[in-house]
Design a protein around this ligand. Structure first.
Ligand code: CP
Length: 320
């Protein structure tokens, strides 16, 4: 049943949602529903990826993405190995190319990779044969986050049709924002961006279905979903906004601003949060918040991605 829809993802490098068709996104979302059922079982283990080996190669810190890819691989029966920059030969000066070739020589099937450089995952895909899954490359893309955001929206809203989706904050340095924009637009969702002008890239100003607002209130007004981005101090140069206090005052999501959105508005954040800067703690833990659900859904969506790229769409025969 799922085979035809998923066939195109077999062996595909997952580099960014700009390279996904609507049908491919749909196949991940549908497969993730099946995967979420497995996570809810008493014994969370199926043999879908038995005999497959996956390396998580992380050059940047991560809690959610690395752990959920590891769990995803293990729940599907794969062997999963973690390599972090600080505990490998990368600290001895080994190049990315040599690290990739070394991993390939060990017979690995997929490499889940996070790196600070934009294009690092695409480079890896040109160097080695294992499937490359981009777990974040600089400010470029974080496709599995974009997919789990879509999955979470559908879980709460049922349908994507007619939704107003607001992304608030540091758009320029956010791979989440880019993946969201590509993913949401492919699924027909209207995207509204607001943040300091210094943090919104100019190339987005003329994109169809994307609206840029100077005042955060205009983006929030009647929004169905709000995704609040983390202020990425580690990627920013100084002087892009006066201070975090000033940022919180003008651009932070607080209860007064949230009241402008639809009554059943969903608030998302990719994490980790700077509570009190871009989002108030009251909202982060309110009934509007889907932030914890995003984390849960991250495992199911990453299980779907791994199953689809590594089994040729035959995963449904081996899940049961
Ligand atoms: N959302 C996200 O990428 O979080 P981590 O950095 O913890 O993986």
């Amino acid at each position: 049943m799922v085979e035809n829809k998923t066939a195109s993802l077999c062996g595909k490098n997952i580099l960014g949602l700009e390279y996904f068709s609507q049908e491919e996104i749909e196949s991940v979302l549908q497969t993730a529903v099946e995967m979420k059922n497995i996570i809810h079982r008493d014994i969370k283990k199926v043999p879908t990826l038995r005999g497959k080996a996956i390396v998580n190669l992380f050059y940047e810190p991560s809690t959610r993405t690395r752990t959920s890819f590891e769990l995803a691989g293990k729940y599907l029966g794969a062997d999963v190995i973690n390599i972090t920059a600080g505990s490998s030969s990368i600290v001895k000066g080994e190049s990315l190319r040599d690290t990739l070739l070394t991993i390939e020589d060990m017979g690995i099937d997929a490499i889940v990779m996070r790196h600070k450089a934009e294009g690092a995952a695409e480079y890896a895909a040109k160097i080695v044969k294992p499937v490359i899954i981009n777990a974040g490359d600089g400010a470029h893309a974080h496709p599995s986050q974009g997919l789990l955001n879509l999955f979470t929206i559908r879980q709460y809203k049922g349908d994507f049709k007619g939704l107003k989706y607001a992304i608030l904050g540091d758009i320029s340095h956010s791979r989440v924002a880019r993946s969201d924009i590509w993913g949401m637009r492919k699924m027909g969702i209207e995207v509204h961006l607001a943040g300091p002008r210094t943090l919104i890239p100019r190339f987005l100003y003329k994109e169809k279905g994307i609206f840029i607002h100077d005042h955060i209130e205009d983006a929030i007004k009647n929004a169905d979903v709000i995704n609040v981005l983390r202020i990425q101090t580690e990627r920013q140069k100084s002087g892009l906004f006066p201070s975090t206090r000033e940022y919180a005052r003008i651009f932070g999501l607080n209860e007064q601003r949230l009241s402008l959105a639809k009554k059943d508005v969903l608030v998302m954040h990719p994490g980790p949060m700077n509570k009190g800067w871009e989002i108030s703690p009251q909202i982060a833990y309110s009934t509007h918040s889907a932030i914890q659900e995003q984390v849960k859904n991250g495992v199911a969506v990453r299980m779907a991605l791994l199953a689809l790229v590594l089994t040729g769409g035959k995963h449904d025969e081996i899940i049961a």
